[in-house]
Ligand binder design. Structure first.
Ligand SMILES: CC(C)(COP(=O)(O)OP(=O)(O)OC[C@H]1O[C@@H](n2cnc3c(N)ncnc32)[C@H](O)[C@@H]1OP(=O)(O)O)[C@@H](O)C(=O)NCCC(=O)NCCS
Length: 150
């Protein structure tokens, strides 16, 4: 398994994974065009986990001046619990450190306790709840990690 930068050829599969595994029950916002834009955008890293040509997971991180925001992360169901999610996050954290960015934030759906546990396991700390964050349908748990402390 390899973690690498996505190309625009990966955009459709990433968008479909976002629709099916992350945005389920919400209006689909991460369309192929939006993912392709993120792939080209210099302030954004779109990382994919691949075994040969097979894409098993992806993650998207936006870089701001002194912080980074982990926006999306998903692993295909049959490849879960194999450490791929952890590898993707670790790869992005290393990228952030290389860029001199040590503060990572993210939001996770309030009902998504699996992802909350996953992130807590990786050292992310819940620090806020935002009601209606997801299209007024669901609250978000905000989580943060200070890589300089971690
Ligand atoms: C959250 C997600 C990305 C985790 O990916 P993964 O590759 O299965 O995670 P890992 O195998 O790296 O798991 C790392 C640790 O997280 C915890 N964890 C992951 N999935 C878990 C589950 N279903 N139940 C309990 N703990 C879990 C475990 O502590 C695990 O370590 P262990 O397997 O050694 O016990 C994956 O479940 C997923 O794609 N979910 C749907 C999309 C989503 O919710 N994305 C996050 C919000 S954008």
């Amino acid at each position: 398994m390899d973690i690498q930068l996505a190309t625009v050829n990966d955009a459709k599969e990433i968008a479909n994974m976002s629709r099916d595994y992350i945005e389920e029950g919400l209006d689909w916002s991460w369309t192929e065009a939006k993912v392709a834009y993120a792939v080209r955008e210099p302030e954004t890293i779109v990382a994919v986990a691949k075994t040969g040509d097979l894409l098993t997971g992806f993650s998207i991180m936006f870089f701001k001046e002194s912080t980074a925001h982990l926006s999306l992360l998903a692993v295909k169901p049959i490849y879960r619990r194999l450490g791929i999610g952890r590898e993707l996050v670790s790869w992005l954290e290393e990228s952030a450190k290389t860029a001199g960015t040590f503060y990572i934030s993210l939001e996770v759906r309030k009902n998504n306790t699996v992802a909350q546990n996953f992130y807590q396991n990786l050292g992310y700390i819940p620090n806020n709840i935002v009601e209606g964050y997801y299209q007024q349908k669901e609250a978000a748990i905000k989580m943060v990690k200070d890589l300089s402390v971690a």
